[in-house]
Ligand binder design. Structure first.
Ligand SMILES: Cc1cc2nc3c(=O)[nH]c(=O)nc-3n(C[C@H](O)[C@H](O)[C@H](O)COP(=O)(O)OP(=O)(O)OC[C@H]3O[C@@H](n4cnc5c(N)ncnc54)[C@H](O)[C@@H]3O)c2cc1C
Length: 382
């Protein structure tokens, strides 16, 4: 099989891939992103955009339920949630956003190869083409931007349950009806956002801690807490919110690229790996997993290759500069934004300050008394 050579290959169409491939093309280099499913990665197809679209439906349901209390009479009877319509709205927005990314790549003159990338040598990748067949590519530089996929926790009994009731962050967004009682394994931003959303759509939602005595519900979970007590929860559905990097079948062993025990690719502060010419951007490396981090990875790479022959000029950028201050937001309602609240007292935020109807808001900064430097900042606000 003939090998096609590029200046740069970008396996994965994540949040860094589109701007990076477009930038490389603008430098006059040949760059080829390789994507196994949909253009635009997790953020647009399975992550940020979708959850926020559904969170918006949840907020409308919540406000509609409170309408009479505020002197508004929307009509007769209780509000109803049409989950299929909620899902369709989400699907339409995904299609539109995906189309925008596709257009941006086309406008930049970048061709995307649809298929699954696997390493076969240090600068060689075999693509199993989505339409059938294979293609061998090689490149001077390879920029891996493969992201993560849902992971299943290793809980005894999980495999013997009705699998249509065991959800992950992708399949939960395809539900055609509101579950009776959703148990969420994990209280990170994904768990919190889905927890509040489904509660507002009138499911019961438990982020692993409270027992339900409803005998009709088919799933029973025991949780051992610390200090040690065993709690039991009965539920209709389980949502596992974990994520693992997309490296399992990538053939990293073939080239000796080092990973952590969980499979994240180990990088230097300039995002290079232990193999010359191979760089990593986004969630597939170890560290905070957010869209803005992936985009910032692109900015670091862009800064460090300023000429066509990849020579750096000026100051080299690294991940060290952002390491102390990484912003993130829980898109619950109210939203909770923070920049490393290592010193923050989260209990204060839980109480918040009730300003009338529904808005709880609080800003908190921890400032170094001597230097005046802001050490952490958090904002709770609708
Ligand atoms: C439910 C949910 C909500 C989220 N909400 C937010 C939020 O509000 N804010 C925020 O900042 N972040 C959020 N995130 C995280 C955010 O989606 C990711 O951090 C972001 O998408 C990272 O992108 P990435 O560049 O690493 O790659 P990704 O966007 O994950 O894209 C990688 C792409 O590579 C493809 N791929 C994988 N393996 C191969 C292969 N071998 N060959 C070819 N292609 C391959 C995958 O199909 C995927 O499309 C959320 C995530 C989830 C799951």
């Amino acid at each position: 099989m003939a090998t096609q050579h590029y200046d740069a290959l970008v396996p994965g169409s994540g949040q860094a891939s589109t701007p990076l491939a477009s930038h490389l093309k603008g430098l006059g280099l040949s760059a080829c992103p390789v994507q196994r499913s949909h253009i635009a990665g997790c953020c647009v197809n399975e992550g940020c955009t979708l959850t926020k679209t559904m969170v918006a439906s949840g907020r409308v349901a919540y406000l509609a339920r409170r309408a009479r209390e505020c002197g508004i009479h929307p009509g007769h009877g209780d509000i109803k949630v049409d989950m299929q319509k909620v899902r369709q709205r989400k699907r339409d927005i995904v299609t539109s956003f995906r189309g925008n990314s596709d257009r941006r790549l086309k406008d930049a003159g970048v061709d995307v190869l649809m298929g699954e990338a696997n390493f076969t040598g240090e600068n060689e990748v075999l693509i199993e083409l989505s339409g059938g067949g294979e293609k061998k590519l090689s490149a001077d530089k390879i920029y891996i931007n493969l992201g993560c996929q849902p992971s299943r926790p290793n809980i005894p009994g999980l495999a013997s349950l009705d699998q249509s009731r065991v959800l992950d962050f992708t399949s939960i967004q395809e539900l055609g009806e509101v579950p009776g009682h959703l148990v969420i394994l994990g209280g990170g931003h994904i768990g919190l956002e889905f927890g509040q959303l489904f509660r507002r759509l009138v499911a019961k939602a438990t982020i692993i801690y409270r027992a339900s005595k409803d005998p009709e519900l088919p799933i029973s979970i025991s949780v051992t807490t610390n200090p040690k007590t065993t709690l039991s929860v009965r539920a209709s559905h389980i949502l596992a919110t974990g994520r693992i990097p997309n490296t399992e079948t990538l053939g990293l062993d073939m080239v000796g690229i080092k990973t952590t025990p969980l499979g994240h690719i180990i990088t230097t502060p300039t995002l290079s790996t232990n193999v010359d010419g191979v760089f990593v951007l986004g969630d597939v490396k170890d560290g905070p997993a957010f869209t803005h981090i992936s985009y910032d990875d692109f900015r670091i790479i862009r800064n460090n290759l300023t000429t066509q022959n990849y020579k750096t000029q000026g100051a080299v950028k690294t991940t060290n500069e952002r390491a102390t201050y990484i912003p993130s937001v829980e898109y619950t309602d109210p939203q909770f934004a923070h920049i490393e609240p290592k010193f923050g007292d989260l209990k204060t935020f839980a109480k918040g300050r009730n300003l009338g109807d529904e808005t709880k808001r609080l800003l908190k900064a921890v400032v170094d008394e001597g230097t005046g430097q802001i050490l952490s900042f958090s904002a709770l606000r609708s």
